[in-house]
Design a protein around this ligand. Structure first.
Ligand code: 5GP
Length: 120
């Protein structure tokens, strides 16, 4: 459910390399790494390295606009790097109804195969 936005998550430990992940891209602001439980042939996550209060998308304010845009840009850049030339999907799960499980904003990028639409 709704989490304390200051509470560290597993993704903070991935950023600090305390726990390993297959990192596909990293810069000062964002990191992309493979999802440990992929739902498609290709499944990676893009996160802001510093949560900055963004436990979930619905906590966004004006100050987050640049970071949100950057994460979206990184998503398509890494999609190209991962050769998703036939297309891909970007998903943000928000809150309980959105099936969010980690309360550190993240974009899912899935592809590498034909996907179906709509989701349940
Ligand atoms: P959510 O359900 O919050 O939208 O997505 C969280 C995602 O994080 C899930 O797809 C889950 O598989 C992934 N995940 C959870 N823990 C870890 C981890 O320790 N390492 C990696 N690479 N992915 C994780």
């Amino acid at each position: 459910g709704m989490q304390d936005s200051t509470e560290p998550t597993i993704f903070d430990k991935i950023v600090s390399k305390e726990i390993p992940a297959t990192v596909l891209y990293e810069d000062n602001l964002a990191m992309a790494f493979k999802d440990v439980n992929p739902v498609a042939k290709t499944h990676f996550l893009v996160i802001p390295k510093i949560k900055a209060g963004l436990s979930q998308l619905s906590k966004a304010n004006e100050d987050h606009k640049m970071l949100l845009g950057h994460c979206m840009y990184v998503a398509q850049m890494v999609a190209k790097q991962e050769k998703l030339e036939k297309g891909f999907r970007v998903v943000i799960n928000d809150g309980v109804d959105g099936c969010q499980s980690v309360y550190h904003l993240h974009l899912h990028v899935i592809g590498g195969q034909q996907l179906s639409w709509p989701p349940g």
